[in-house]
Design a protein around this ligand. Structure first.
Ligand SMILES: NC(=O)c1ccc[n+]([C@@H]2O[C@H](COP(=O)([O-])OP(=O)(O)OC[C@H]3O[C@@H](n4cnc5c(N)ncnc54)[C@H](O)[C@@H]3O)[C@@H](O)[C@H]2O)c1
Length: 311
């Protein structure tokens, strides 16, 4: 992948697909591929759409990554580069990084892009910030070239698994912050839980073979604070509605309760990529979704356990 203008294929034309189209179209040759989710009909066969494309950007959920990466692995050549911004887990409990590693290994270039980069802000030309994580250090040049002269600012990292798990975990903890804010438990409590969440990110990332420091990066702390404090955050609103028993409002809001955060909890419980019971706040969020009314008593129990260690 050389030269300034890249031939880019964007997979998915939802919020992020459109945002990246707006971001990249001024400098690059952009094509779009998507699928009608009702009929399964593709805009054109993926294999044909990918022909001659230097960059393939996965701007869709993690669930279809396995199928799409498997198809692309047979048609892309070694100079091509796949990039994902998907934050959930797939049906086998894998991150986008694990799916790419499985299908592309060292044969194709691949990277993950995570951090405060809300679609509507990118679409409006406002700044975004991300960790571009790739196992190949020589991937940094083409990644930097892709986003040069755009308002998306990237740090580079080789911690693909740390960045992917940080991004996945963010959507687990944000509903909790939304919930404690809805219950008006205070700014102090929000600050405490945010700190605790980042501490757990580090432990889980380490358990998954990543670098604990990635918890503090744009993919971890940066994205967590952005979603936990952003008024429009989908995951924050779900937590708020559930904690305050506004189930009818939740149903009427159009907010999809089957979000990536909830799906992640289900996949982690089903596939046990790490011993989730060892992470007290993660276990608390699981119980909160099982029984939202129990949140306050669970928080008391968490604080008792947490600070008993120091007394
Ligand atoms: N919206 C944001 O601000 C934002 C920011 C950063 C990362 N992300 C992540 O980006 C990913 C996509 O989010 P979005 O907001 O663009 O979602 P979206 O719902 O707006 O769009 C999803 C797109 O994926 C396509 N798609 C879904 N399932 C598919 C399948 N099985 N096969 C083929 N295509 C499929 C849909 O047709 C649609 O074009 C998510 O993992 C999300 O966490 C979103």
């Amino acid at each position: 992948m050389t030269g300034k203008t890249k031939r880019v294929l964007i997979l998915g034309h939802g919020a992020m697909g459109r945002a990246f189209e707006a971001l990249l179209r001024p400098r690059h040759d952009i094509a779009i591929w998507d699928r009608d989710l009702q009929t399964g009909v593709e805009t054109e066969p993926l294999e044909a759409a990918a022909a001659g494309r230097e960059v393939v950007l996965f701007a869709l959920p993690t669930l279809p990554h396995d199928e799409l990466a498997g198809r692309l692995a047979t048609v892309l050549d070694g100079d091509s580069f796949c990039l994902s911004i998907a934050k959930g887990l797939d049906a086998q409990g894998r991150t986008a990084a694990q799916v790419f590693e499985w299908h592309f290994g060292t044969r194709l270039g691949w990277a993950l892009l995570y951090g405060p980069m809300l679609a509507r802000e990118l679409q409006a030309g406002r700044a975004g910030f991300a960790v571009a994580a790739s196992t190949r250090t020589h991937a940094r040049t083409p990644l930097a070239a892709l986003f040069a002269e755009t308002p998306l600012h990237c740090d580079h990292s080789d911690d693909v698994h740390g960045a992917a798990w940080a991004a996945v975990l963010k959507n687990v903890y944000v509903p909790l912050i939304g919930a404690v804010d809805a219950l008006e438990l205070g700014d102090n409590m929000r600050g405490f839980l945010t700190t605790e969440a980042v501490r757990e990110f580090a432990g889980i990332i380490r358990a998954m073979g990543g670098d604990a420091e990635t918890a503090q990066s744009f993919a971890g702390l940066g994205d967590l604070v952005t979603s936990a404090t952003g008024a429009s955050s989908h995951h924050r609103r779900i937590g708020a509605y559930l904690a305050s028993g506004r189930n009818a409002e939740l149903a009427a809001s159009g907010v999809n309760i089957r979000t990536e955060g909830l799906h992640t909890l289900a996949m982690v419980r089903a596939h046990r990529p790490f011993a989730w019971e060892r992470f007290g706040l993660f276990a608390l969020v699981c119980r909160f979704f099982d029984d939202p009314a129990s949140l306050q008593s669970q928080l008391h129990a968490y604080l008792d356990r947490r600070f008993a260690q120091h007394e």
